[in-house]
Design a binder for this molecule. Structure first.
Ligand code: SF4
Ligand code: SF4
Length: 103
């Protein structure tokens, strides 16, 4: 069952530049992404904001598929720090799932 944890954003927000809430769901990032990563900026970042950790963790493949090419970010009208947000998610997963990093 999906569980909402209001503290998830605090736990994952290790970077001050994590600005997922600026997204206005316009779809430009999806249109220009060479990997066709539809859910990355528009859904996964929102899962963080509303505290749905399991949806983030079940989409690890998408999170690690990003090329960090910044095509999305350079065309985003809302100035979302997409690659920095992805980096933050990767760090969280590395720590939480793989136990690779310490707090
Ligand atoms: S281009 Fe920016 S504002 Fe538009 S959906 Fe993607 S992240 Fe959100
Ligand atoms: S940085 Fe990642 S999400 Fe953005 S366009 Fe490149 S591959 Fe797609």
């Amino acid at each position: 069952m999906t569980r909402v944890d209001s503290k998830f954003i605090d736990e994952i927000k290790t970077s001050e530049s994590f600005n997922a809430s600026a997204c206005m769901n316009c779809g430009v990032c999806t249109a220009v992404c060479p990997m066709g990563l539809d859910i990355l900026p528009r859904q996964l970042f929102r899962y963080v904001i509303i505290g749905v950790e399991d949806r983030v963790l079940e989409n690890q493949e998408t999170i690690f598929s990003c090329l960090m090419c910044k095509m999305c970010e350079q065309n985003c009208p809302a100035g979302v720090n997409i690659t920095e947000n992805v980096r933050t998610l990767r760090t969280y997963i590395s720590r939480k799932v793989f136990g690779l990093l310490r707090n």
